[in-house]
Design a protein around this ligand. Sequence first.
Ligand SMILES: Nc1ncnc2c1ncn2[C@@H]1O[C@H](COP(=O)(O)OP(=O)(O)OP(=O)(O)O)[C@@H](O)[C@H]1O
Ligand SMILES: [Mg+2]
Length: 466
Amino acid sequence: MSEGLDLNLGDIDGLEQVIDREALAEVCRSFFDLFGISIRVFSRTGALLSDVHEEQAVCRYVNTLSEGRRACGTTVTEVKHIGATDGVVVHPCFTGANYRVVPIEYHSRHVGRFVIGPYLPAERTEIPKTLLTVDPNIDADKAIAALGDMPRVREETALRIAHHLRNIVDLILFSSHRAHLTSEMHVASVRESYRELAEKNDALQSAYNRLKELDQLKSNFLATVSHELRTPLTSIIGYSEMLTSGIAGDLNEEQNEFVQTIHDKGDHLLSLIASLLDASKLEQGQLTLNRVPLDAGQLIRSVVTTIIPNAKKKGIAVESQVEEGVPTVIGDSIRIHQILQNLADNALKFTTKGGTIILGARATEMMDDDGGGFGAVLMAASKPAVEFRIEDTGMGIAQDQVERIFDAFYQVDGSSTREHGGAGLGLSIVKRLIEAHGGSIRIESSVGVGTTFFVTIPEAPDTFDL
Ligand SMILES: Nc1ncnc2c1ncn2[C@@H]1O[C@H](COP(=O)(O)OP(=O)(O)OP(=O)(O)O)[C@@H](O)[C@H]1O
Ligand SMILES: [Mg+2]
């Protein structure tokens, strides 16, 4: 609710604030049609709100005489100045006619008044002297004839007319005020909803800013920590390599095995750190691609070669299916290789003995998405692209997880007792790298049957500059 709105009507000072003027004018007009008596309605401050009148012949006549005009002016001024506290006042005119002034109240508050008249009280039988002496030049016969045209009602009838009119004005006032209140309440509630919304919006905005700040801090932290970890780690790997190569003297079998483990774990840690660095670089848009023409078949073959030893160890078959005439793609050799290697590593990790992994490449087309909105999509031309396929017969991914696996650090089995290693960064990096190449990634998976990732990379990016 808006402050200070008094439902009981405290906000109303005068009729003009709430009354339906058209309804008021119509009522005055019908009273005039019925009784032929002029009606004027004034607000509390004296503003004329409705005026239905006809100039009387006698008024017209006396106004042609200078003293008559002055007397008429005086009467009008007196009627106008009848106050609210005076109650109903019957004010006589020198012509013998009367004005009836009736206050309008609403909820015990004076809000205006109406004036009925002039009318000639039917009780009056003589021509008043005040008319005949108002001006030295008055023509008595003319004045009397003109007075004959004045509407005549008995005072009692005038009282009843005033009473009815007042009842109707009350009704109009009541319904107008109700409509006024309803709209006030509506405005107040809209204002309140808007205020609430604005408050929530502010809270949301500051929460969002805070989160963005935290996200930035996290990225900086990742970048710094990874960078700082990499330097000592390369020393650990280097020294363990030196030890195994015998530079510091021969090692017995057990020592050799221990040092080899240090070396392997160091390598693993290094690739994890590389992933963290990639992720933060991608997040901050700091990754630059070194684009060159690449042979898709060659890429597939090289990934197959790297996974075959581990696949053999796990008893998994690896096939490559590269179609004839697959076009060359323009991309960053290390990054495209990284994309395929990551997906192939996942396939290997989540497939058990006896399974098969297929790595394929074929020519395809993709929509030329220039970001021009819906119209542009309809008109979009397709452009040549290469589709890489990494298929496995592994454990599969449930439908409700498919969207989430591309989130950084997300793993379907996030428990501490999880069987497979990894940080959950692989796919988020893969997705961003593909997007950086103007490509897209799609997944088809079925639990217990297997998973296929389709990676589409355009033959040449939109803004390619060799
Ligand atoms: N081929 C697949 N089959 C079944 N589940 C998969 C497959 N590829 C990914 N997933 C699921 O998606 C999750 C996220 O994969 P992602 O490569 O991002 O992380 P990760 O392999 O667990 O760790 P990282 O790649 O950082 O070493 C995996 O933990 C796994 O639950
Ligand atoms: Mg992975």
